[in-house]
Design a protein around this ligand. Structure first.
Ligand code: PLP
Length: 425
């Protein structure tokens, strides 16, 4: 039998929604492999790689593989053709009609919300640390406790980012104990110390015989103090939550309190506990923030208008003290009884209590009481194949659907998927 033409085969796959050149690739590869029938699966594999919204039923609030903090659906790019098109005043001053600054919107609002004199937004937390070290310490030394030489997932290691910035790392103390005297000895011995860097142990804990030096004590040495907080908890008092700070937050350090305690700068992620899009924020003393903004590297690390628009929404919600408007905090603060009621209403599986976590390398060891449903066996592949894909986890041979990370507007589609999967078709 004559093999089908590439073009005819590609056209037969049009219902996948992929552009024609990608269908031609799939058709050509299938014919070359002598398996024209595989063209559809090949095209589907390409379609499956595209970014699309998914339902996160893992109970991991900041799921690194699922984009960390959830964002309002309209921002995930699912609207497609026909949605309104807009420019924005990202670098245009509407008062004067002159060129404006992209640092005026989200950055100024976040500074206001955290009590900082000024703030600067860059591409992510790693970029924030790199920029601060490059601007304030290149060619000089930076003192860090041996208990804080962290590695964050994705290959961010303090000694390596330090080397990349051109600063020299001076390690002080031991893994479990570092005292002010250790910092003082290093500062006295080296004549070129540019700053003291305090790094939050976001993703691990040291317990037992421990000692560390807090920001107010570091200040005594008369040098610039930079705190890399990572998590992006804006205020330890969580004024955006009616019920106050939840127990699972533990003693997570917050931007407002760290700056009030005397840190000159704090760096943190936009998409960890801040609940915004991927971004990095440098907040603190106006003169230092301005120095960072002027450096050529700031231009290379700057975020785009889409990110700034999303981050502005997050910052405005904080200023309104409206945790409900920040999807991460809305999910995190939902009472467990409400999750149990939703689980019962799904109509399939056994209602169970479960334990959600912050994730994203934040709050290790802390669990957030949660609820959901359990299905027998490993159903994760079938759930992943649903439209939209549903991501669940397997625990001791049981599939757990955790509702803490599912938006209630997705319960209907979730119920349909569970009914279909648990009845085996
Ligand atoms: C997460 C984290 C970073 C890196 O932030 P990204 O936004 O992931 O680049 C840096 N420092 C600390 C302490 C962190 O927790």
């Amino acid at each position: 039998m004559r093999p089908p033409s590439v073009d005819a085969l590609a056209r037969s796959l049009a219902d996948t929604g992929l552009p024609h050149p990608l269908l031609v690739d799939a058709a050509r590869a299938a014919i070359a492999a002598g398996e024209p029938d595989s063209a559809r699966a090949r095209a589907q594999a390409v379609a499956d790689l595209l970014l699309r919204p998914v339902i996160n039923a893992t109970g991991v609030l900041l799921h690194t593989n699922l984009g960390r903090a959830p964002q309002p659906a309209g921002l995930v790019g699912s609207e497609g053709p026909g949605s309104p098109v807009r420019y924005s005043n990202v670098e245009f001053d509407l008062m004067t009609g002159q060129r404006g600054s992209r640092h005026r919107h989200a950055a100024d609002l976040l500074a206001r919300a955290s009590g900082a004199e000024a703030a600067l937004v860059v591409n992510n937390g790693a970029a924030a640390v790199l920029l601060v070290l490059t601007v304030l310490a290149a060619g000089r030394s930076v003192v860090v406790s041996r208990g804080e030489l962290v590695e964050i997932g994705g290959g961010f290691r303090i000694p390596e980012i330090m080397a990349a910035s051109g600063a020299r790392l001076i390690e002080v103390g031991t893994t479990n104990r570092t005292r002010l005297a250790d910092y003082r000895a290093a500062v006295t011995a080296a004549t070129d110390v540019a700053l003291l860097l305090k790094v939050h142990r976001s993703n691990y804990r040291i317990i037992g015989f421990t000692e560390e030096v807090e920001v107010p004590d570091l200040r005594q040495l008369g040098l610039t103090v930079v705190a890399d907080l990572g998590s992006g908890l804006l205020d330890a008092a969580t004024p955006w939550l009616e019920s106050g700070p939840p127990a699972w937050l533990g003693a997570e350090p917050a931007v407002r309190q760290t700056l009030a305690a005397g840190a000159d700068l704090a760096t943190f992620s936009g998409d960890k506990l801040l609940g915004g899009p991927q971004a990095g924020i440098i907040a603190g003393r106006a003169s230092l923030v301005a120095e960072c903004a002027r450096h050529p590297l700031a231009r290379a690390l700057r975020p785009g208008g889409l990110v700034l628009a999303a981050l502005q929404q997050t910052a405005l919600a904080y200023l309104r003290r409206d945790g409900n408007a920040i999807p991460l905090w809305r999910m995190a603060a939902t009472p467990v009884e409400a999750l149990r009621a939703r689980a019962g209403a799904l109509g399939s599986g056994r209602v169970i209590d479960s334990a959600a976590v912050a994730g994203g390398g934040s709050l290790p060891g802390f669990e957030i009481p949660s609820a959901g449903v359990a299905l027998d066996g490993d159903q994760t592949a079938a759930l992943r194949a649903w439209d939209p894909p549903i991501i669940a986890r397997v625990n001791e041979g049981v599939t757990v659907i955790d509702l803490r990370t599912v938006d209630p507007s997705d319960d209907k589609v979730l119920a349909e998927a569970l009914l279909s999967v648990s009845s085996g078709h």
